[in-house]
Design a protein around this ligand. Structure first.
Ligand code: ADP
Ligand code: ADP
Length: 230
């Protein structure tokens, strides 16, 4: 069963046709990179997957549920689908550790000791264990984004959506974030849908590259075909 399946999906903002006849299947464990000009609908497409934007018609099946159906419980879907934004969206009045522990505690009811242990393991994984008690304002952009990724992983989602995760970072911080994302991509159980301009990431760990323009998918290729035209 596919992790994500778009069938004849249309999305409008008022009169503006933002997604046009989207048909797309993403299998569990795949890393799919979404590219295309600004305004082509990339962000809209990934935001429909966790219900941040609703589609107007078609079917959108995420982890076995049609989330276009108003009766579908989006809370269940959101537990399985993490999201990392361009601008981190950390809770600025909470410590790094608390940022990571909050959702698992409130949404999953994870036991406090277990929650802390997992959070510290994730901080190790993103190379920021020494920042556990820091406030987000003390972090660089690259550190903040790695914390945002750790926070997303703490929910142990099946899928993570990344919306231009390195676009707001100073150049020297981009690799630290991409390296964490590459680690996640190499974990074969995680499905990743990534909007990015980082072609090196696509080449190294992408399974497929999708090119969008004007609300449409114009190409959907394996990275080998996309980069080498094979
Ligand atoms: P991309 O991620 O490829 O830059 P977006 O999905 O952000 O593209 O936007 C696609 C188009 O939809 C753009 O023209 C944008 O201005 C428009 N758009 C995005 N969000 C909204 C919204 N909430 N209301 C109206 N128009 C929107
Ligand atoms: P980012 O690049 O950080 O995602 P955007 O400019 O794409 O920022 O969008 C920020 C917010 O504004 C999103 O919620 C998006 O849906 C909304 N938005 C984008 N374009 C428009 C638009 N033309 N009209 C109304 N809202 C928009």
């Amino acid at each position: 069963m596919s992790m994500i399946e778009f069938q004849d999906v249309e999305k409008y903002y008022g009169d503006f046709h933002a997604l046009k006849d989207i048909n797309l299947k993403i299998e569990a464990g795949e890393t799919v990179v979404l590219i295309g000009p600004s305004g082509s609908g990339k962000s809209t497409l990934i935001r429909t997957v966790n219900g941040l934007e609703r589609i107007n018609s078609g079917k959108l099946i995420v982890n076995g549920r049609d989330i276009a159906d108003k009766k579908t419980d989006m809370n269940k879907t959101r537990k399985n689908v993490g999201m990392v934004f361009q601008h981190f969206n950390l809770y600025n009045n909470k410590t790094v550790l608390e940022n990571i522990m909050l959702a698992p505690r409130l949404v999953l009811g994870r036991d406090e000791a277990e929650n802390k242990k997992l959070a510290m393991e994730l901080l190790e994984k993103v190379g920021l264990a020494d920042k556990a008690e820091s406030m987000p304002a003390m972090l660089s952009g690259g550190q903040a984004q790695r914390i945002a990724i750790a926070r997303s992983l703490a929910m142990q989602p099946k899928c993570i959506l990344f919306d231009e995760p390195t676009s707001a970072l100073d150049p020297e911080m981009i690799d630290d974030v991409l390296n964490v994302m590459k680690d996640i991509a190499r974990d074969s159980s995680m499905t990743m849908l990534v909007v990015t301009h980082e072609m090196g990431f696509a080449r190294e760990v992408g399974d497929r590259v999708i090119f969008m323009a004007d609300g449409q998918i114009l190409e959907d290729d394996t990275k080998e075909k996309f980069f080498d035209g094979e």
